[in-house]
Design a protein around this ligand. Structure first.
Ligand SMILES: Cc1cc2nc3c(=O)[nH]c(=O)nc-3n(C[C@H](O)[C@H](O)[C@H](O)COP(=O)(O)OP(=O)(O)OC[C@H]3O[C@@H](n4cnc5c(N)ncnc54)[C@H](O)[C@@H]3O)c2cc1C
Length: 394
């Protein structure tokens, strides 16, 4: 039986492990640096909206289902304080706090016979592990990559983080109807996302500010405590997003727990997702090799997509030793998708091109255009088609 080591147990490592278990026979060992308990009691790190395709994979692999919590049925778009439209998603999306989601999946996988080894993996440990496996998969996320994958310059054109991200999980935000992700764009300053989500403490609304560095939303420097984070986000929302401020309940408005907030800036970077270490093939999956700014909410969905394609590649190559040819076959499968997601995401951080503005304005008067734009998030290929292929006349 082929032996596979999965390094990391975030979205990529977990979707991959479930896919491997459901497609077997593979002997899977997960090496990761945090136990389920540490994950559960840790800090939030994402807004983790999983769209229809990722959710369908979760169901197909038998991953834990999350019946409770809000279904996200739509995308609300506001530009410069003017509500443009609400587009319907074909299939509901969902956001479940990764602390609860990851911890439960790790325990469930362990119960299904997947071995977990806890501790940090570094270059030396990678060298030690390589000879014992037919394949290592680097799912170490944005702290990675652990393996020496070459960076792809053509897909890594952004020289520095384009946004400062401030995320808090709040009680006391009255939801919009129909339930969905709300995007308020302040051209030149950044964006506010509102995302109804499920946590161990019950439903919350995530407020997520993407601030252009140095602009008026870049107001979170020096924040250390949950209380000061809450006060600062309240002040920013009051000043710049009055329609959202009107839905905050002054009494109840507060973080769901002390670790329910995070600040981060992402340096986008894409690596070719294969190399060898000590003669063993190492593949990359998730943020370790495809790291984009969260503005389009694609990281988990891309990690899930790549995990599926990785397992399909292995299934095709089952009868031969896994080597760089296997790595190239995996990269061929995911390259178009990675290119489309990355190009779209990087473009969303600059001034919107005229035809993109035109489409958003058209969405205001035409429900089918509004639905099509909502669909960009569920299927980024359509965003690429509308914004780049159509604009280039291809
Ligand atoms: C603010 C923000 C909002 C976001 N919102 C969305 C969204 O709405 N939708 C969406 O699809 N994506 C979103 N993303 C992106 C998404 O969270 C990530 O793309 C996704 O979680 C990546 O999964 P991953 O498994 O690659 O990495 P992670 O989920 O980060 O997992 C990495 C794993 O590797 C482990 N690890 C790391 N280093 C080591 C080491 N040296 N040794 C051992 N273990 C190690 C970690 O403990 C963890 O288990 C958002 C990101 C941010 C920052």
């Amino acid at each position: 039986m082929k032996r596979i080591a999965v390094l990391g147990s975030g979205t990529a490592g977990l979707h991959l492990s479930y896919a491997l278990v459901s497609r077997g026979p593979f002997e899977v060992t997960v090496y990761t640096d945090r136990s389920p308990e540490e994950v559960r009691s840790g800090r939030v790190s994402s807004t983790q909206v999983h769209f229809g395709a990722a959710r369908a994979r979760e169901a197909a692999y038998g991953m834990p289902a999350w019946e409770q919590g809000p279904d996200l049925e739509s995308i609300h778009v506001t530009v410069g304080g003017q509500k443009l439209f609400t587009g319907r998603l074909e299939r509901p999306a969902k956001s479940v706090d990764q602390r609860a989601y990851f911890a439960r999946c790790m325990e469930d996988l362990e119960a299904k016979g997947v071995s977990f080894v806890y501790g940090r993996v570094d270059e030396e440990r990678l060298q030690e592990l390589a000879p014992a496996y037919d394949l290592l998969v680097d799912c170490s996320g944005k702290r990675g990559p652990l393996a020496p994958f070459p960076q792809l310059e053509e897909l890594s054109p952004v020289p520095a983080p384009q946004r400062k991200c401030s995320v808090g999980y709040f009680h006391g935000v009255a939801p919009l109807e129909p339930s969905g992700v709300s995007i308020s764009i302040l051209p030149g300053a950044g964006e506010l996302f509102e995302i109804p989500a499920l946590t161990a403490q019950g439903p919350v609304t995530i407020l997520f500010i993407e601030a252009v560095p140095g602009g008026p939303l870049d107001a979170f420097g020096g924040i250390k405590t949950a209380e000061s984070f809450r006060d600062r986000i309240r002040a920013v929302v009051d000043s710049h997003f009055p329609a959202v401020a009107a839905r905050l309940d002054g009494e109840r408005f507060g973080l769901c727990d002390e670790r329910g907030f995070v600040q981060i800036a992402v340096q986008p970077s894409v690596h070719r997702p294969y190399c060898t270490v000590g003669g063993t093939l190492v593949l990359g999956c998730g943020d370790s090799v495809v790291l984009n700014d969260p503005i389009t909410g694609q990281g988990c969905n891309t990690a899930s997509y790549c995990a599926e394609q990785l397992v399909l590649t292995l299934a095709e190559e089952l009868g031969r030793p896994w080597d760089e040819q296997t790595g190239e076959a995996y990269w061929r499968r995911i390259r178009d998708h990675v290119t489309e997601v990355t190009t779209w995401t990087n473009a969303m951080m600059g001034p919107l091109p005229d035809h993109a503005v035109g489409l958003l304005m058209a969405g205001a008067g035409d429900p089918s255009t509004a639905d099509r734009i909502a669909g960009w998030f569920a299927d980024p290929r359509t965003a690429y088609d509308d914004l780049f292929r159509a604009a280039a006349g291809t």
